[in-house]
Design a protein around this ligand. Structure first.
Ligand code: MLC
Ligand code: AMP
Length: 504
């Protein structure tokens, strides 16, 4: 029996001395070297007692080794659970406990803080550093670089990606081999990836965009990644001459446009720029074309579904739209109240169905039922319409979500922390426009009677509990929150009133 995801992404490159990862300093990791590294990790996991189906959580800096942990997890039939490197131990604790992970791999600098987390959850703890050191590589060093791939079926789980929820509790989106593979195959086709492609990869590898879209598409087509540890405009500008394609969140493109070194000449040879994870402003689209002659291709996806729609490779890439449903993806606009399909041109909730759509949220049957219909349509929580030329436009969200620099932030999670602080009666968190991050977080607190909340103390507590990207960039004390007649907080009024805090 086979393991389709491993066989088609990784196995096909066995023994090839072709470049897979090209690092910032020019070092090359060939496909063969990468697969040897992955096999050693897989043998190490076996020695640690991991069994197929076990969850493996990884919170490590981006490196070839961290990517090889993904390959090793797939080869071993484990469920891979990548975690944002910004998460605090208390955030990581939830993911490890909720997923029942058997092993947590973290940066050596975080091991002390995470040891109690792993112990409390009865999980093993190994370390992996940004430069490839740590206890896991040490254990792997003594292992064979041959590993017999564990057989897996198309419906077996390959990954859990946690996505926050409106109730404040993150949900583990269960993704199968087919979910990942079918989407990667579609994207290779529609975006015309080949083994000649060199994709400039500056995204993190703990989210759908950097891990499944950029990496899987490159693996499947046999191309190479220019593998940068993070986005840095200077590094990207230095390396773009060596790339043929690039994928990024809108912040990447606005930061590049802000840099005078980013010129048309630098990228004339490029084949494709893709943007997603957050709305690309029409203005960015226009400026980018003016500067470079290239039209950014915007697409729309989600953790739960991988990619759903894309602007066309040939044909008009229209600013302010996310293009057409991908082959194999059905998309409809429905009335949020009745669930009935709405005619083209009308705004409603976006629902999608296809081999790309996840299996549900880990151990949350009610949440799964609320969002994943029995006929297979997933209610995305995004609001949109299909225009008269069939392009999908996202016009808003039916979920209380902020997207900052491509990271999703659920206000409820921050409100829960703010509400707990001394002197705070209640709070509300909203997203407001931000020139760099697209949106950013603002927190409003109402004081308890005759109390004065200490905003500095609150910031310190927030910092200890939540990842930096979730921290309110401004905290404001209000006498009361605006409410409608039903008593519901009118966040739209807060967004309107404070909408120009960062853009004025
Ligand atoms: C970093 N910071 C952020 C932040 N990223 N704050 C808010 N929002 C973010 N996204 C913090 C840093 O810790 C730092 O804190 C400060 O903000 C500014 O640092 P920076 O150096 O400017 O940050 P930087 O490292 O450059 O990160 C910005 C970024 C990065 C945009 C390059 O966030 C990024 O790579 N985003 C990509 C996210 C992504 O891959 N999303 C895909 C999700 S998948 P301090 O203390 O110094 O002020 C998905 C599905 C789909 O959505 O469709 O793709
Ligand atoms: P995540 O849960 O991190 O996968 O984020 C998914 C959400 O990002 C979607 O539900 C959308 O709200 C948003 N998103 C992704 N791509 C786009 C896009 N091109 N335009 C607007 N929003 C997007």
């Amino acid at each position: 029996m086979a393991n389709p995801l491993f066989d088609q992404l990784f196995g096909i490159h066995a023994g090839k001395e072709t470049p897979f990862l090209i690092l910032k300093g020019g070092e090359v990791v060939t496909h063969a070297a990468f697969l040897s590294m992955a096999a050693r990790f897989a043998n190490a996991f076996r020695e640690l007692g991991l069994q197929p189906g076990d969850r493996l959580a990884l919170q490590a800096e981006k490196s070839p080794q961290a990517l090889a942990v993904y390959a090793a997890a797939v080869q071993s039939g484990l469920v891979f659970l990548p975690l944002n490197t910004g998460y605090t131990p208390s955030e990581v604790s939830y993911f490890v406990e909720n997923s029942g992970a058997r092993l947590l791999i973290c940066d050596p600098t975080k091991a002390e803080g995470l040891r109690p987390v792993a112990d409390a959850c009865d999980a093993g703890l190994q370390t992996l550093g940004a430069e490839g050191g740590g206890s896991l590589p040490e254990l792997a060093r003594g292992q064979s670089d041959v590993f017999e791939t564990v057989p897996r079926g198309p419906d077996d789980l390959a990954a859990f990606l946690y996505t926050s929820g409106t109730t404040g509790r993150s949900k583990g989106a269960m993704l199968t081999q087919t979910n990942l593979l079918s989407n990667a195959q579609t994207l290779v086709d529609v975006w015309r990836f080949t083994k000649e492609d060199v994709l400039l990869h500056a995204l993190p590898i703990f989210h759908t965009h950097g891990l499944f879209v950029a990496t899987n598409v490159t693996l499947l087509s046999g191309g190479a990644l220019l593998f940068l540890p993070k986005f840095d405009a200077g590094d990207v500008i230095d390396l773009l001459p060596k790339a043929t394609t690039m994928m990024g969140v809108p912040t990447f493109y606005t930061r590049l446009l802000d840099d005078p070194r980013f010129t048309g000449d630098l990228v004339r040879h490029m084949r494709l720029f893709v943007s997603g994870s957050a709305p690309l402003l029409a203005e960015t689209h226009v400026q980018f074309e003016k500067r470079t002659g290239h039209r950014i291709l915007e697409r729309y996806g989600m953790t739960e579904t991988n990619m759903n729609t894309s602007n066309p490779y040939d044909g008009a890439r229209r600013a302010g739209t996310v293009g057409f449903p991908l082959p194999g993806v059905e998309l409809k606009i429905t009335d949020p109240a009745s669930g009935d399909r709405l005619p083209d041109g009308e705004i409603g909730q976006i629902e999608v169905r296809g081999a790309n759509v996840f299996q549900g949220y880990w151990q949350m049957p009610e949440k799964t039922q609320e969002e994943l219909r029995s006929d297979g349509f997933f209610i995305t929580g995004d609001l949109g319409l299909i225009d008269d030329q069939g392009y999908v436009q996202i016009v808003g969200r039916n979920k209380d979500l902020i997207i900052s620099g491509g990271y999703n932030i659920y206000p409820k999670e921050i409100e829960t922390v703010l509400d707990d602080q001394p002197g705070v009666l209640e709070s509300a968190v909203v997203g407001v426009p931000h020139p760099d991050f697209g949106e950013t977080v603002v927190g409003f607190v109402v004081a308890e009677k005759e109390k004065q909340p200490d905003l500095d103390d609150i910031s310190v507590t927030v910092a200890a509990q939540l990842a930096r990207f979730k921290h309110p960039r401004k905290l404001i004390v209000l006498p009361e929150l605006p409410r409608n007649t039903m008593g519901k907080v009118q966040k739209n009024l807060l967004r309107e009133q404070y909408g120009d805090l960062f853009t004025a």
